[in-house]
Design a protein around this ligand. Structure first.
Ligand code: BES
Ligand code: MN
Ligand code: ZN
Length: 485
């Protein structure tokens, strides 16, 4: 999809589908009033009759209306102005795009709010790009076709950046939505190779023998029961010069999580192809960072494994030695993500990075705590965490901090090893998992984002087909950009 700035060419506008945003419970905007006036007060009458209310996700076609100049006008509800933030703008734009993309369209103009700030315009453009792409990977007949061209009233620089971000979100979504029989560690490597080549990222891949010589014993333990060998993917973007600090983005890449011998029941296993969403988010964010030429040094580290059951798989009671030398008693093979991340975080420390953010679909407990829309954020460094939280806020991605009180760390003490891979029972499970990860980041400022909730939708919503959401791709890019700004 092309994205262009709305021009003043009346003929061009006339050839477009014109989407006009309407706030709830307030007078029509200037542009809506023009259309209303040209059509004998049609919008005013629709609102008076309560056939259009301006609630978010409402979309009403005005077929014969003269749209300023355009002949096809759609009214889109934006909700109350005071709650029209980046998250709402993203979702409204996505829902409009989702509805309009059910057939091919040429030029579509989005007037979702007036005088949009760069942040809000970015949310609208990203939402539109995401809404135009559905859950179509494995359908014989696609349900969505992206518009030929999206027209938005904002600067060219905002458009270019938002387009990179939106396309990256869709890249993450496509990777996560792929069936686990064709998305496994080596095929993820192939996707990383393609992305690296296309966007000019440096790529390094470690296979199972390199992982062994690099002492990645915890990650290898998880991989043992799988016929698909593990991979470590490292993507680098050196945009900051030799003496600039390096930020590590670390992703959990469990391409399928059966639970291992601590086997998941069907209902819990059904969506577990999504367990590499952290890695997909990192890969996608790295492509945007490269395309945007961000002046930062960034390394993306993705730990790719499949958690399966076999005669030689990880057992309960096994003791693994992680890269940093710590021994881990395995008490539940379904707590595999933290085993993978243990070694990958240790690697980030060994690379002497200055900051770490990790993303992981790590715990069901995080969803119990915060629901399906909000990511859990945990840290060893308040200032770095504030930066990440602020970036998420600007992107309109819901995140909430959970405490890292030392008492939670008591729960991962082991009778037989340095630590164990579960807490004592379920309570506070998102935090005991983060406490485990903290054992592997040494003193490096680190933020852990548990995206188990927001990364994958079990059912369709107004703004998205069910499946991968691409959550936190935009936030990651924003974190890196704002850290070096
Ligand atoms: N991948 C799961 C967490 C998950 C659950 C992600 C639901 C997305 C949706 C993770 O590996 C897991 O199984 N965690 C266990 C940890 C427990 C065994 C300590 C969990 O949350 O139950
Ligand atoms: Mn698991
Ligand atoms: Zn998992």
């Amino acid at each position: 999809m092309q994205v262009e700035r709305i021009g003043n060419n009346v003929d061009e506008i006339a050839a477009s589908t014109n989407v006009v945003g309407i706030f709830q419970d307030e007078p029509l905007s200037e542009s809506a009033a023009v259309i209303d006036g040209a059509n004998d007060g049609l919008i005013t009458r629709l609102i008076a009759a309560e056939d259009f209310t301006g609630k978010p996700f409402e979309l009403v076609p005005l077929w014969s209306a003269a749209g300023g100049a355009a002949e096809q006008v759609w009214l889109a509800g934006l909700g109350p102005r005071k709650s029209y933030d980046a998250e709402t703008a993203y979702r409204v734009a996505a829902s409009v795009a989702r509805q309009l993309s059910t057939k091919p369209r040429g030029r579509v103009m989005f007037g979702l709010g007036e005088d949009l700030s760069a942040e809000m315009a970015t949310a609208v453009i990203c939402g539109a790009l995401v809404g135009c792409e559905g859950q179509d990977l494995y359908r014989a007949k696609r349900k969505h076709t992206a518009f030929n061209t999206l027209l938005v009233d904002t600067d060219d620089a905002v458009i270019r950046r938002a387009q990179c971000l939106g396309e990256s979100v869709n890249l993450a979504r496509r990777l996560v939505d792929r069936s686990p029989r064709d998305l496994y560690p080596q095929s993820f490597v192939e996707a990383a190779e393609a992305a690296a080549k296309e966007h000019g990222l440096e790529l390094e891949v470690w296979d199972e023998s390199r992982l062994a010589s690099e002492r990645m014993g915890a990650m290898l333990g998880v991989a043992e029961g799988s016929a698909r060998p593990p991979r470590l993917v490292k993507l680098s973007h050196n945009g900051g010069g030799k003496d600039a600090p390096t930020i590590a983005l670390v992703g959990k890449g469990v391409t399928f999580d059966s639970g291992g011998l601590s086997l998941k029941p069907t209902d819990s296993m059904i969506a577990m192809k999504c367990d590499m969403a952290g890695a997909a988010t990192v890969l996608a964010a790295m492509t945007a960072i490269a395309r945007l030429g961000v002046k930062a040094n960034v390394v993306g580290l993705m730990g790719m494994v499949e958690n399966m059951v076999a005669g030689n798989c990880l057992k309960l009671g096994d003791v693994l030695t992680a890269r940093n030398g710590k021994t881990i008693e395995v008490r539940n093979t379904d707590a595999e993500g933290r085993l993978v991340l243990a070694d990958v975080l240790s690697l980030a420390v060994d690379l002497e990075v200055d900051r770490i953010v990790d993303l992981a679909t790590l715990t069901g407990a995080c969803m119990v705590a915060l629901g399906t829309d909000t990511a859990g954020v945990m840290t060893n460094n308040a200032a770095w965490c504030d930066e990440v939280m602020a970036a998420a806020g600007r992107c309109g991605e819901a995140a909430w901090q959970l405490p890292m009180f030392p008492a939670f760390g008591e729960q991962i003490k082991s009778e037989v090893a340095d630590i164990k891979n579960t807490g004592n029972g379920r309570w506070g499970g998102a935090i005991t998992a983060a406490k485990f990860l903290e054992e592997f980041v040494a003193e490096v400022p680190w933020v852990h984002i548990d995206i188990a909730g927001p990364s994958f939708l079990d059912k369709s919503t107004a703004w998205s087909d069910g499946g991968a959401s691409g959550a936190f791709v935009r936030t990651l890019v924003e974190v890196v950009e704002s850290h070096v700004a």
